[in-house]
Design a protein around this ligand. Structure first.
Ligand SMILES: Cc1cc2nc3c(=O)[nH]c(=O)nc-3n(C[C@H](O)[C@H](O)[C@H](O)COP(=O)(O)O)c2cc1C
Length: 195
């Protein structure tokens, strides 16, 4: 059986994207995946809360895909979280709509992998920078999966980007299969825990 996957894509300039666009294309077309380009859908940031909540309710796995901007997401994904994840829907009394679902972050960073450690340029690990996403998922009763991160985007060659896209597709296809127990996935990176 196949899971229902909601792919939320947040890139303000996808026509200039070298990494996120091919990654997004790689997972479109997997059976059960619905793709939403948040900047295209809401260019004025007026998010249709009910529409988004209905889509969320019908999904088993939610993917946030975006470039890393100032150690976080582009603004529209923050706005989306602020308005869609309402009290009584996502958390709090009666807020059980997301319970048991899973959240996967798919992120690209300009910084190289070695920059994301205590001795590196950015001082902190990706896991540390992504704590707000992890705890948001937890508060909503969701499983926060190990993120899929592509580092060093500025120096990646096309064949390296293509290889990452193939790997992402493989991971998402595996996650889409209901025989894959999302609650038991643990580890530093998704590619290490997806056999
Ligand atoms: C506004 C802005 C903020 C950025 N902040 C970061 C950052 O905090 N850390 C980092 O590693 N890269 C940062 N970058 C680099 C982007 O993450 C990088 O350009 C992107 O991942 C490339 O993906 P794309 O080819 O899909 O656009 C930033 C880029 C922009 C435009």
């Amino acid at each position: 059986m196949t899971r229902s996957i909601l792919h939320l894509f947040a890139h303000p300039a996808p026509h200039r994207s070298r990494v996120n666009r091919p990654l997004a294309q790689a997972i479109q077309g997997i059976p059960g995946v619905s793709h939403v380009d948040l900047y295209a859908r809401y260019p004025d940031f007026h998010i249709d809360i009910r529409r988004e909540q209905e889509q969320l309710a019908g999904a088993d796995l939610i993917i946030f895909q975006h470039p890393f901007f100032w150690y976080s997401s582009p603004a529209i994904l923050k706005e989306w979280q602020d308005v869609v994840l309402e009290h009584g829907f996502a958390y709090g009394e009666g807020g059980n709509a997301l319970r048991g679902k899973a959240l996967l972050s798919v992120i690209s960073t300009g910084g190289v992998r070695e920059a994301y450690c205590p001795a590196g340029h950015n001082h902190f690990t990706m896991a540390e920078f992504l704590r707000p996403f992890e705890q948001t998922a937890r508060l909503c009763g969701m499983h926060y999966l190990p993120p899929f991160v592509v580092h060093g985007t500025h120096s990646l060659q096309k064949d390296e980007v293509d290889a990452q896209a193939v790997e992402l597709r493989r991971c998402v296809e595996r996650l889409a299969d209901e025989s894959c127990d999302l609650g038991r996935l643990e580890g530093a990176t998704l590619t290490e825990v997806i056999p």
